[in-house]
Write a protein that binds this ligand. Structure first.
Ligand SMILES: [Zn+2]
Ligand SMILES: [Zn+2]
Length: 398
C-alpha cells in the first residue's frame, strides 16, 4: 500500500496566514538569539510578552527562566502543554539568514520551533470560543543536560498550576514530514552517567610486576561492563552501557598510577536501571579484588524514561489524526534510546509525548548536527495539533 503524503495544511482547516508568518518570525528570532540552560532570559521575555499580548495570565521566573501562560475559558478540565526554550552549546555551520548570532550557541534541537508552535497555538486559542476549561502553556528552561523540567516540578509547577494531564511534542528529522509517532508506555530511555576511578600502583613499564597496572584493569573493566548487557539483561529487554572516555598515562615507559573511565547507561525499565547500577558496582568490586587496584564508582542518575499513560496517548493520537489523517499517525513506534526531561513532568501527572516528523528532501541533518535547522514546514501542523488537542479534551458541556 502506498501512503499519500500528508498535506502540510492541517486537515482540520488551514491556520490564518498572519498566524503562520508570526510563528515563522518568532522561530527565526529565537533561532538567531540562542540561549542555554537557565539563561534563556531573552527567549523567556519574548514568550511572556507574546502571551501577555494575547491577554493570558502570565507567570515568569519559575525555575529561573520558565514561563507559564494561562488561558481560562469557563469550566472544564485543565491541561498543560509544554515547550522547551533552550539551545545547545555548539557552533552553527549552516548559512540560513536567521543563523545564530551568538558564537558557540545554537538551536540544534529545534526548541525554537517548539516554542513558536506553542505560542502560535496560544495565539489561536486566545480567540477561539470552541472549548471550555483551562490551558496552561508551559515554557521550560534547560531541557538539554540540566533537567529544567525537574527544576520546574521541584519549584512547584503542578502545585501552582494543577493539571489533569500534560503533553509535549518534539520534532524529528528522521521521521517522514508530517507524520506523528507515539506509543503507550516508555517513549524515551532512563539516562544515567558514571565515572570509575581506578587507582593502581605506578611503576616502570619494564617492571610491571612491581606495580598494579590500571590500564590493564581498565581494559578488563570495559570488556566486563559489556557482559552486563549480554548476560544480565533479558534478550527482550534493553540496556546500553557505553564507556565514552578513558583517561590515563602520559608517556611510553611509565605505568600510570590512575585511570579514569566515564560513560553512560540507557535503559527503559526502572528495574533494569537499578540492576545495571548494581551490576556495574559488583563488577568494579570484583575486578578490584582480583587486581589489587582500588576502584571507585560514582553513578549519577540522569533523566528517567518518558512514560505515556494510555488514555492521554490515545487523546494525543486522536488530535494528531485530526491534523494529518489516521494513516500518518503511528501509535506503536519503537521507544528511543535518547532521553527527554519532560519525563519529570510525566512522573507527576498523566500525559503523553509525541514526535512530529520533519524530514527534508535531500540533505537532512539530524538533531544536534551543526547544519540542523528546524523545518518551518511543520509549524502549522504542530500548532494545529495543540489546537485540536485542546478542543478534544476541553469539549464544552452540552
Ligand atoms: Zn536535544
Ligand atoms: Zn530537544
Amino acid at each position: 500500500m502506498t501512503l499519500t503524503p500528508p498535506t502540510l495544511a492541517p486537515l482540520s482547516g488551514p491556520l490564518p496566514e498572519e498566524l503562520l508568518s508570526r510563528m515563522r518570525a518568532w522561530r527565526h528570532d529565537i533561532h538567531t538569539h540562542p540561549e542555554t540552560a537557565f539563561t534563556e532570559h531573552r527567549t523567556s521575555r519574548l514568550a511572556a510578552q507574546a502571551l501577555a499580548n494575547m491577554g493570558l495570565e502570565v507567570r515568569q521566573g519559575l525555575a529561573a527562566t520558565g514561563v507559564v501562560g494561562t488561558l481560562r475559558r469557563g469550566t472544564g478540565p485543565t491541561i498543560g502543554l509544554r515547550a522547551d526554550l533552550d539551545a545547545l552549546d555548539m557552533h552553527e555551520l549552516g548559512d540560513a539568514p536567521h543563523r545564530s548570532a551568538i558564537h558557540g550557541k545554537m538551536h540544534g534541537c529545534g526548541h525554537d520551533g517548539h516554542t513558536a508552535m506553542l505560542l502560535g497555538a496560544a495565539q489561536y486559542l486566545s480567540q477561539d470560543e470552541s472549548f471550555s476549561g483551562t490551558v496552561h502553556f508551559i515554557f521550560q528552561p534547560a531541557e538539554e543536560n540540566e533537567g529544567g523540567g525537574r527544576v520546574m516540578v521541584e519549584a512547584g509547577l503542578f502545585e501552582q498550576f494543577p493539571c489533569d494531564a500534560v503533553f509535549a511534542l518534539h520534532n524529528s528529522p528522521n521521521l517522514p514530514l508530517g507524520t506523528f509517532s507515539t506509543r503507550t508506555g516508555t517513549m524515551t530511555s532512563n539516562s544515567d552517567t558514571f565515572e570509575i576511578a581506578i587507582v593502581g600502583k605506578g611503576s616502570h613499564a619494564a617492571q610491571p610486576e612491581a606495580g598494579i597496572d590500571p590500564i590493564v584493569v581498565s581494559s578488563q573493566l570495559v570488556a566486563a561492563l559489556q557482559a552486563i548487557v549480554s548476560r544480565n539483561v533479558s534478550a527482550v529487554d534493553s540496556l546500553i552501557v557505553s564507556v565514552t572516555q578513558i583517561h590515563g598515562g602520559d608517556t611510553w615507559n611509565v605505568i600510570p598510577e590512575e585511570v579514569v573511565l566515564r560513560g553512560t547507561c540507557r535503559s527503559f525499565r526502572a528495574s533494569t536501571r537499578t540492576r545495571a547500577e548494581a551490576r556495574i558496582r559488583a563488577v568494579c568490586d570484583g575486578i578490584a579484588t582480583a587486581s589489587g587496584a582500588k576502584i571507585e564508582l560514582r553513578y549519577f542518575a540522569g533523566y528517567p524514561a518518558c512514560v505515556n499513560t494510555t488514555r492521554e496517548m490515545e487523546l494525543a493520537a486522536s488530535a494528531a489524526r485530526r491534523v494529518v489523517g489516521a494513516q500518518h499517525v503511528d501509535t506503536n513506534c519503537l521507544p528511543r534510546t535518547g532521553s527527554e526531561d519532560f519525563a519529570f513532568m510525566l512522573e507527576q501527572c498523566p500525559g503523553a509525548y509525541v514526535f512530529l516528523g520533519a524530514a527534508r528532501e535531500g540533505d537532512n541533518p539530524p538533531l544536534h548536527n551543526p547544519y540542523y535547522d528546524f523545518n518551518d514546514e511543520i509549524l502549522p501542523l504542530g500548532a494545529a495539533y495543540w489546537i485540536e488537542l485542546v478542543r478534544l479534551i476541553l469539549k464544552p458541556a452540552l
